[in-house]
Design a binder for this molecule. Structure first.
Ligand SMILES: [Zn+2]
Ligand SMILES: [Zn+2]
Length: 139
């Protein structure tokens, strides 16, 4: 992402709403975005052609951005349908240590689980970025 894209996104923050799950009965309009999660990713066309990168940008509110920076919660985000849910690490049966797990398919959109995203592209393991705050989140 170049500087122009950044500036454009930041300028659009005022009109954006958090796209993460705030629980049943909540509306996205109630949560103004204060930041973006930026995840660089690409895909393999076939065995010969190289991976081309683009970026997934998800507007998030202040509350969600803070949760991503702390160790209490793990966000599960499906980039097939944009659905997400938060897992409280203390209450979870599995020991989560990542801040975000990107799923290719989730129970809401498919019966076929396509895998965890970050296992596909070694380059992106480790970090996503919170755009407005200029901080990297260990994913
Ligand atoms: Zn939020
Ligand atoms: Zn899904």
């Amino acid at each position: 992402m170049d500087e122009l894209d950044r500036l454009r996104l930041l300028a659009e923050l005022d009109e954006s709403h958090c796209e993460l799950n705030h629980g049943p009965g909540t509306k996205p309009e109630e949560y103004l975005a204060s930041d973006y999660i930026v995840l660089p990713f690409g895909y393999q066309e076939d065995r010969v052609r190289e991976v081309s990168a683009r970026e997934l940008v998800v507007p998030v509110c202040f509350e969600c951005a803070q949760a991503l920076l702390q160790d209490e919660w793990t966000l599960l985000y499906c980039f097939e349908c944009g659905g997400s849910r938060w897992v409280n690490r203390k209450l979870a049966r599995n020991a989560y240590r990542h801040h975000i797990l990107w799923l290719r398919g989730c129970p809401d959109c498919t019966n076929v689980f396509g895998g965890l995203y970050f296992t596909d592209i070694p380059r992106v393991i480790g970090h996503v970025e919170l755009l407005a705050q200029h901080v990297m989140v260990a994913a």
